[in-house]
Write a protein that binds this ligand. Structure first.
Ligand code: DC
Length: 663
């Protein structure tokens, strides 16, 4: 996840490949509970790993359910046909509404001695309408705190199923979902009727519930949106295996991506055209605008069809969330696009009509808006502005405007507060970068160089973290090369130069955070020693070795950007880098820092010897003929002898920001 203050998306040029989207939250927890209420075993694939599903799994285990987790596959051995627990059980529901509501209903209908608690916020979330409905049918539920709110105590019910059960539908559809999933437990010898009081909201979610119930053998009879009848003789039956669909609203960004970006197409794994989620109908709208879409069970493939896209006018009532994505597609169309019947946009995470209009204008577009509609005019080449997109703590605004990076003018797009995507898709930008591509010249590189122990590694990795960029520690590559050469029985002498270069050309090195792996073996400590540095310094003077490492170093220039630290980053490897910093500090300062570092790692060290060593290394590094230590001509000098790390980071950020101006 990108938790930086902003994320600069370089201008993107194309996209190809496969993305696997995270499972839908609402489907995940419904499937878990339904599987638990069945007899026998259900294998659930592609379960979402989130707080809500963890809470549900823990509760099911407490009830005696078999739960086996292997990655995103969970095997549930249900409680059907088994003895229901009689001992008192206390459940902790955290803040998981999608677990609390349906579990309360199922436990209350089945009966026992159960207490359900949560975090303080959970105790402020109303559950009174559900409890009222359950009491109406004879369930024994007490409030342990405030009337109408968790925590709850549940006892043995005396079910009265002869009259219809009223439940309010205008507050949350989750109450109706909870009843629909619990009542089949009681419908062995009589039909049970639920009557919705008030106008039912979020109907697509009730459709998901009904659809899943059908998969588990329960054919609920729906009469309009007012009455639901669970037929007599209903019995949960495991489907054996079930796949949790990916979130269809999340899919909209990649459907749009396939329609906008040049390339071999985008394959979305996890959701198909037969999805039970209402938002999947976004694909029809995208197709109308020009996307070429094919689909199979659990997958979609999208290719650019019409280009430019075609402007459309559409009633979006059935796809309120995904329709936002159409607004960004509209920037790439041949004429205006009008999205109608979107009044609900005004009362979401933010006023989404205002947000989409404001940020589209920020990019340069002409937009008209009304109480429940928006018209977006396409943005032709020459008119795109470098915009910093404000995201209003709204995940969908952030994800939508990332698609503006494919603009004809090849200007970058800044997304503020990118972590807001975590609400539904924490790794959205990673997924985007895994399929998007662009010319290397569009991917920014910041080079930081300086003498050994100047703190360039720390500075570079901190700046990388602040920008969400990748980090290349080129010194580590020379260290690993020397290590690999010695391991292979080579000397580090000039006679072995060619062999060392051969090794370097296909170095099986990987970086995982601070760890350096060679052939999947952790060599971090070995290469970070003083001896490791000396050995690196020896192999780094061989031109053949330097040449052999060029390609590997270039491969680090990936989206969204790179911080490269080391000797020749700004002069040889990335000469076009838009910012180069030459970091220095006095030898005394550097010796002190290196001393601290070594001591903290448990090595013994002598500060005077270190200083002498550093000075000797400086002299050798500066005077050597191959890639001597010298500042790139266009590098900015930063002496950090008396600067904290934070101040140094701040200085580099200021320099960087002054070169990256967004409106
Ligand atoms: O930055 P460092 O201490 O890990 O570097 C180890 C050695 O490798 C050092 O002597 C300089 C050399 N080096 C180089 O020649 N070119 C680079 N790009 C990085 C490091």
């Amino acid at each position: 996840m990108f938790s930086t203050a902003f994320l600069d998306l370089p201008a993107l040029q194309g996209a190809s490949g496969t993305v696997t989207l995270p499972g839908s939250k609402s489907i995940s927890n419904r499937v878990l509970l339904l599987s638990a209420l069945c007899q026998g075993t259900t294998v659930v694939h592609d379960l979402l790993d989130s707080d809500d599903t963890r809470v549900m799994l823990a509760a099911l285990r407490q009830l005696g359910c078999g739960v086996e987790v292997q990655g995103t596959t969970v095997t549930i051995t249900g409680l059907g046909g088994r003895t229901w627990p009689t001992e008192a059980i206390e459940f902790f529901m955290g803040n998981a509404g999608t677990a609390m509501r349906p579990l309360t209903a199922a436990l209350a209908v089945q009966g026992g001695d159960f207490t359900l608690k949560g975090v303080p916020r959970m105790h402020e979330r109303p559950i009174g309408d559900l409890v009222d409905a359950l009491r109406e049918l004879g369930c024994a539920i007490d409030y342990l705190g405030n009337e109408g709110y968790p925590p709850l105590r549940i006892r043995q019910p005396a079910l009265q199923l002869d009259k219809p059960i009223p439940v309010r539908g205008d507050v949350s559809s989750q109450f109706l979902t909870a009843l629909l999933m619990a009542l089949p437990l009681a419908a062995q010898d009589r039909a049970i009727t639920i009557e919705v009081v008030g106008e039912l909201i979020s109907k697509p979610y009730i459709e998901i519930t009904l659809n899943l119930l059908a998969r588990y053998g329960i054919a609920v009879e729906r009469q309009g949106w007012e009455r639901f009848v669970i037929p007599a003789g209903s019995r949960y039956q495991s489907p054996g295996t079930i796949h949790v669909e990916a979130d269809a609203s999340s899919a909209s960004y990649f459907i749009a991506l396939g329609a906008i970006a040049k390339g071999d197409g985008i394959r979305i794994q996890g959701v198909g055209a037969d999805s039970i989620q209402g938002d999947i109908r976004f694909m029809d709208a995208a197709a109308q605008m020009g996307a070429k879409i094919t689909s199979g069970p659990n997958w979609l493939e999208i290719q650019r069809g019409a280009w430019p896209l075609k402007g459309i006018t559409l009633d979006c009532n059935h796809i309120p969330d995904a329709a936002m994505t159409l607004a960004v597609m509209a920037l790439y169309a041949d004429g205006p696009t009008t999205l109608r019947n979107i009044a609900s946009w005004r009362v979401k995470e933010t006023d989404r009509i205002v947000a989409m209009a404001t940020e589209s204008r920020n990019l340069g577009a002409t937009v008209e808006e009304g109480p429940d509609w928006i018209t977006i005019h396409p943005l032709p080449a020459g008119k795109w502005q470098r915009a910093s997109i404000h995201t209003y703590d709204d995940h969908r605004v952030a994800m939508c405007f990332s698609l503006a990076a494919f603009n004809a003018d090849q200007v970058p797009v800044r997304i503020e507060d990118p972590k807001c995507v975590a609400k539904t898709f924490p790794d959205y930008f990673e997924a985007l970068f895994s399929v998007a591509h662009t010319a290397a010249s569009n991917i920014p590189v910041i080079c930081i160089d300086g003498p050994t122990a100047s703190g360039k590694g720390t500075l570079a990795s901190r700046v990388a973290a602040a920008l969400g960029y990748h980090y290349l520690d080129s010194g580590a590559l020379y260290r690993v090369t020397a290590h690999a050469a010695l391991q292979a029985g080579l000397t580090l002498e000039a006679t072995d130069e060619a062999k060392i270069a051969d090794l370097a050309r296909s170095l099986p090195v990987h970086f995982e955070g601070e760890q350096v792996l060679l052939n999947n073996v952790d060599v971090t400590d070995a290469i970070r020693s003083e001896q490791g540095g000396m050995n690196a310094s020896k192999v780094s003077v061989y031109p053949a070795v330097r040449e052999a490492l060029v390609q590997l170093q270039h491969s680090f220039q990936r989206l969204p950007g790179l911080l490269a630290d080391g000797r020749d980053m700004g002069t040889v490897i990335f000469p076009e880098a838009p910012l180069k910093v030459f970091l220095t500090a006095s030898a005394a300062q550097r010796a002190e820092r290196r001393h601290k570092q070594l001591i903290s790692k448990g090595f013994s060290a002598n500060i005077d010897a270190l200083r002498a060593d550093l000075e000797a290394r400086d002299a050798r590094d500066m005077s050597r003929s191959v890639a001597p230590l010298k500042s790139a001509q266009d590098a900015l000098q930063l002496d950090n002898s008396s600067l904290t790390i934070e101040a140094s980071v701040e200085q580099v950020m200021v320099w960087w920001q002054s070169r990256q101006v967004f409106s």
